[in-house]
Design a binder for this molecule. Structure first.
Ligand code: BDR
Ligand code: CA
Length: 306
């Protein structure tokens, strides 16, 4: 199976992505690293540990950095994922703790230990990933590759008109990672805005998988309420789960190679921009998706969780 680590800011769609990775037989989930974004980093760590505890999985969690590379720390907005990250769900303090090692240290060590075999799937701001690259210049070449939820090529933003949330929360980290020349695929809003699941999807999921599907159903209520208030979609955007599906079913996605940069300040901070005529290394940007197949793949796997 594919050795995988998820860097995450759980977050409702993060929880969906993590449970999918636990359920899919093609994935060997080695650990989680945490970052701020949907919630603060300590809350992200607590939420990650809580979710693993609920799923009965004892893999390591390494806590990541608490603030963006350059920008001042900013308060997470509770409107999308709720003040604690999982909608209106209370998140009790989990039994287990995070590793003593930080997320960048853990990532560097695991990439060395699994030379050429480890796939990294960041589904939050890229702060820890940029730090790991700085810590070990061979970090990228030690990885099998990265599949990143972030950015937007033509779809516009979701947190501002220009920026996707993960890039917006740490534009300097996103820009650093895009310049690095890693083998990498971006699963951004161009495709994730098309993978929308209505309430009925989670009702069905909860009836197939009462405990874990039920947990996602309860979280999704809040997430869908938000999306409906915004008035854009009938249902919620499956951003992070789409990135996880792309790890094992890349054939469901169409990609284009682009050399990319990120706007670092002003109104358009966090916007992903293409660099024309550049000698800079291109990354693969997902531009189209077989949305129904992605949703079915997600459902089929998560429905198996008890
Ligand atoms: C991304 O932002 C977060 O709110 C979601 O968890 C996802 O990672 C979507 O833009
Ligand atoms: Ca996320």
């Amino acid at each position: 199976a594919l050795k995988l680590i998820i860097d995450t800011d759980p977050g409702i769609d993060d929880a969906m992505a993590i449970l999918y990775a636990i359920a899919a037989p093609e994935i060997d989930l080695l650990g989680l690293t945490t970052v701020f974004g949907n919630v603060t980093t300590p809350k992200a760590t607590r939420n990650a540990l809580y979710l693993l505890e609920q799923a009965g999985i004892e893999i390591p969690v390494a806590e990541g950095l608490h603030r963006p590379r350059i920008l001042p720390p900013f308060p997470p907005t509770s409107a999308v994922h709720g003040a604690e990250g999982f909608g209106t769900l209370a998140v009790p303090t989990p039994q287990r703790r995070a590793l003593v090692e930080t997320a960048p240290e853990y990532l560097v060590r695991m990439a060395r230990a699994h030379q050429g075999e480890l796939l990294l799937c960041p589904i939050g701001p890229l702060t820890n990933i940029a730090a790991a690259m700085e810590l070990d210049p061979s970090f990228c070449s030690n990885l099998k590759g990265m599949v990143v939820m972030g950015g937007s090529l033509r779809a516009g933003g979701n947190i501002t008109p220009a920026a996707e949330a993960n890039f917006y929360h740490d534009p300097h980290a996103a820009d650093f990672v895009l310049r690095y020349g890693c083998n990498m695929t971006l699963v951004g809003l161009d495709v994730t805005n098309r993978v929308i699941c209505p309430r009925s999807f989670f009702v069905r999921l909860a009836s197939e998988s009462p405990k874990m599907g039920g947990l996602l159903h309860d979280m999704a209520e809040f997430y869908i309420d938000f999306y409906e208030t915004v008035g854009k979609f009938a249902g919620c955007g499956m951003h992070d789960p789409s990135a996880l599906v792309a790890c094992i079913a890349p054939e469901l996605f169409t990609t284009e190679p682009h050399a990319l940069r990120v706007t670092l300040s002003g109104d358009r901070s966090g916007e992903m921009i293409t660099v024309a005529n550049s000698t800079a290394q291109a990354v693969n940007v997902c531009t189209d998706v077989q949305a129904e197949a992605v949703k079915q793949n997600f459902f089929k796997n998560v429905a198996k969780l008890s």
